[in-house]
Ligand binder design. Structure first.
Ligand SMILES: Cc1cc2nc3c(=O)[nH]c(=O)nc-3n(C[C@H](O)[C@H](O)[C@H](O)COP(=O)(O)OP(=O)(O)OC[C@H]3O[C@@H](n4cnc5c(N)ncnc54)[C@H](O)[C@@H]3O)c2cc1C
Length: 394
């Protein structure tokens, strides 16, 4: 039985507890046997069901009332719960949010029309920042968007793009050249049926999900496709990541909780040396460390989410701490769960074996762990305030 006592923490309101209970029921019903055999088909189906039953309304702002923004605690609770039940369901939900985040926060009325569809699960979103020579080093983006008449001409490549190949639109970041480095980038809304967009390669990873390398060959976009002002692309990307980074931590937390539950069950059932495994003190030590990591990760994740919801303009430090600690500790928790399961833990298809593969990429994407450490150190060195101190009006 999953420990859900964290829902009593003061970070949450009653509506969060209600939502968590409703989603728990939904996930137990809908995600008991997701077929991962064809990740594209599985994701399309999951997006459709998450949209049909209203969960995707939480992933993007209401186009009619964008000023209400997003509730980051809700995003985190949904990701944690979905990840605990099914990694691909979490992925499908998360990408609808990350992929449409720039439109949610910076889009025009016309651009926000897409949000009605992402929220209903009838359009799939993607976020295209990374390039073959620009991953952690975002300021080094080489794809160009050159003004030409009233249009922009987009050339270059993006890689590691989640939902690449199945998305209905991509939010693409490209160099428009207002200044060198980070200050010369802009964001664009690129419908997937635009001429000149090629899905150059589909990429396979250890925990399969739709992923592709994209190529833009002198692709023409109207100026109305630009999101935000020219040169604001880096700021837009970082603002979106600020909101979604704690949610990566929440997904990791969901994986970790599942692993802890599995380990507790196994340690209780498995007889070794004439007694349950759970009676061995070295095993108890592992279980204690796992429970501690889970609670510490939850505190950091929901602290970051609460700070954003309480009015903090940016939660750079809190988001980086939440993502770093939750993903790194989830890897450790899952590894211990595998160990406690013995041979079964590495058996293909076993839940902890799947978690072992699913957690790995979370320590790399949306800023690798080392990047989070750099962010935290810079914030500490600059004397940026801690937690509640960074919250306006809290
Ligand atoms: C499964 C998956 C899904 C993804 N989805 C998307 C997506 O939807 N959209 C998108 O735009 N991108 C996506 N990415 C790309 C992801 O954001 C990049 O992989 C990530 O930013 C790292 O970039 P890189 O792979 O080029 O590695 P590099 O930038 O080459 O970094 C390699 C390693 O160097 C280390 N490192 C980096 N910076 C520092 C530093 N300052 N100090 C010390 N060490 C450092 C880290 O360990 C890092 O892992 C995805 C990646 C994966 C694996």
């Amino acid at each position: 039985m999953t420990d859900r006592s964290f829902l009593d923490w003061p970070f949450f309101d009653e509506r969060h507890r209600t939502l968590a209970a409703e989603l728990e029921d939904w996930a137990a019903r809908e995600l008991a046997a997701v077929d991962h055999g064809d990740p594209d088909a599985a994701c399309r189906d999951l997006v459709a069901r998450l949209g049909r039953d209203g969960w995707l309304r939480h992933a993007a702002v209401d186009p009619e009332a964008p000023e209400a923004g997003l509730d980051v605690r809700t995003l985190c609770l949904i990701r944690e719960t979905l990840a605990r039940h099914d990694g691909l369901a979490d992925f499908a939900f998360a990408m609808q949010g990350l992929g449409s985040g720039a439109i949610s926060f910076f889009g025009t009325v016309e651009q926000r029309a897409w949000l009605a569809r992402t929220r209903a699960g009838t359009a799939i979103a993607a976020f295209a920042l990374t390039e073959p020579r620009s991953g952690s080093d975002v300021a080094n983006i080489e794809a160009t968007a050159t003004p030409d008449g009233g249009d922009y001409v987009l050339s270059g490549e993006k890689t590691w793009i989640s939902n690449g190949g199945i998305a209905d639109f991509y939010v693409v970041f490209a160099r428009t050249g207002e200044a060198p480095g980070a200050k010369g980038l802009s964001a664009f809304l690129l419908p997937a049926d635009t001429r000149g967009l090629e899905v150059a390669e589909r990429l396979e990873v250890i925990a399969p999900h739709p992923l592709a390398r994209l190529r833009f060959d002198n692709l023409r976009l109207p100026a109305s496709a630009r999101i935000g002002a020219p040169g604001e692309g880096f700021k837009i990307a970082m603002s979106v990541l600020d909101v979604f980074r704690p949610t990566v931590g929440a997904a990791a937390l969901g994986f970790a909780r599942r692993a802890l539950d599995a380990a507790l069950a196994r340690a209780g059932e498995r007889e070794l040396f004439g007694a349950p495994l759970a009676e061995l003190q070295l095993v108890q030590g592992q279980l204690a460390e796992m429970a501690l990591d889970v609670d510490a990760a939850a505190l950091l994740v929901y602290r970051a989410a609460w700070a954003k919801d309480s009015g903090a303009a940016r939660i750079t430090r809190e988001a980086a701490m939440a993502k770093l600690f939750a993903t790194e500790s989830a890897q450790a928790v899952i590894d211990k769960a595998v160990q406690i399961h013995g041979g079964d833990g590495v058996r293909a298809g076993h839940p902890v074996e799947r978690l072992y593969r699913e957690i790995r990429a979370l320590r790399i994407y949306e800023g690798a762990s080392e990047v989070q450490k750099v962010i935290i150190a810079r914030q500490a060195l600059s004397g940026a305030g801690a937690g509640a101190g960074a919250v306006k009006g809290a």
